[in-house]
Write a protein that binds this ligand. Structure first.
Ligand code: ZN
Length: 347
């Protein structure tokens, strides 16, 4: 038994003891959790009890964005040791699956992902995890930053799928946490300028504290027009659609340049119509992302080099004892809140 933040059912959280898998296999490491980020998906399970086909039918431990310290290694783990500071990839694929062999282990149908029912998450003092999906952090990178690698990896996946070229101009639609992560990854990937659009001014001001991220307030300015003005009428080389709303999906197709690329990152709640002829008339490329594969090393390298700074995005940190308060704060969805984190006591 271990203490954990348990989602009992939609709308009800408890900080209580629960049975957790604790057996250390030969290729596993045991990690004392230090910091866990609260993600939109955790919050959605809390408020709705489900996301699409994934339904919380039994008590489930929340949390999937984590960093901590290795306290024990399995008998076959030779490249990591006790005391190593690490962050973990929350999805564990079947490494013998066809998806894994193709390098797209994120789309392995049998992937076991933290805090996706019925799999427990990591808001508990200690977890057992495969060494293969555990990554060492540079000494000067904090656990708080380490816990940001997970959402940043989604930005990395989007930027990689876009096949960015140096000097590209991009538009990101939606300035939520993922939109900002995508914008940072796009800049790191070579974009000269990233425009980011949203309906909420406070969200844009968080994004706009970074050099070369230009805010576009919808209602005051039209994102497609702004991007066209900035590119002699050509449009954005890449549009990252991160809002998942029908209007922003149309904006993405309007704003993208001929022969450009749209990356669908946002997840519409219901199916939305897409103007295929507009896409065809510009012969654009479309890409999709589902989580990430093979992005952690690169994400950590960018944080370690100082090219990407996620620290300004960590809004507030709560103690493990106050985890429920942290979730209720996240439910409030204050426009200036980007990432709420929970700090565990490793004493
Ligand atoms: Zn997340």
């Amino acid at each position: 038994m271990a203490k954990a933040l348990v989602l009992e059912k939609a709308g009800r959280l408890a900080l209580r003891d629960i049975e957790m898998a604790e057996t250390l296999g030969p290729e596993d490491v045991r990690v004392a959790i230090d910091t866990v980020g609260v993600c939109g998906s955790d919050v959605h399970y809390y408020t709705h009890g489900k996301i699409g086909p994934f339904v919380v039918n039994a008590p489930m431990v929340l949390g999937h964005e984590a960093a901590g310290v290795i306290t024990e290694v399995g008998s076959d783990v030779t490249d990591m040791g006790v005391g190593d500071r690490v962050c973990m990839e929350p999805g564990i694929p079947n490494t013998r699956s066809k998806a894994a062999k193709l390098g797209a282990y994120n789309v392995d149908p049998s992937v076991q992902f933290w805090a996706t029912p019925p799999v427990h998450g990591c808001l508990t003092p200690s977890v057992v995890h495969p060494a293969a999906f555990t990554y060492r952090l540079p000494d000067h990178i904090s656990f708080a930053e380490g816990a940001m690698v997970e959402p940043f990896a989604i930005g990395m996946q989007a930027a990689t799928k876009a096949q960015l070229k140096p000097g590209d101009v991009a538009l990101v639609t939606g300035a939520g946490p993922i939109g900002i992560m995508v914008a940072l990854a796009a800049l790191a990937g070579g974009c000269a300028k990233v425009y980011i659009s949203d309906l909420v001014e406070e969200k844009l001001s968080v994004a706009a504290q970074y050099d070369n991220i230009e805010p576009v307030l919808i209602g005051r300015d039209d994102p497609s027009a702004v991007v066209r003005d900035a590119t002699e009428g050509w449009g954005a080389d890449v549009v990252f659609e991160c809002a998942g709303a029908a209007t922003s999906i149309q904006t993405a197709l309007d704003a993208v340049a001929p022969a450009g690329c749209v990356v669908w990152v946002g997840m519409p709640v219901d199916p939305v119509p897409v103007d295929i002829v507009l896409a065809q008339s510009k012969e654009i490329r479309m890409e999709t992302v589902f989580r990430y594969a093979n992005m952690y090393d690169r994400a950590i390298a960018l944080l370690g080099s100082g090219k990407v700074d996620v620290k300004p995005l960590i809004t507030e940190t709560f103690d493990f004892e106050n985890s429920i308060e942290a979730f209720d704060r996240a439910v409030e969805a204050r426009p200036t809140d980007v990432k709420i984190q929970i700090r565990l006591d490793r004493a």
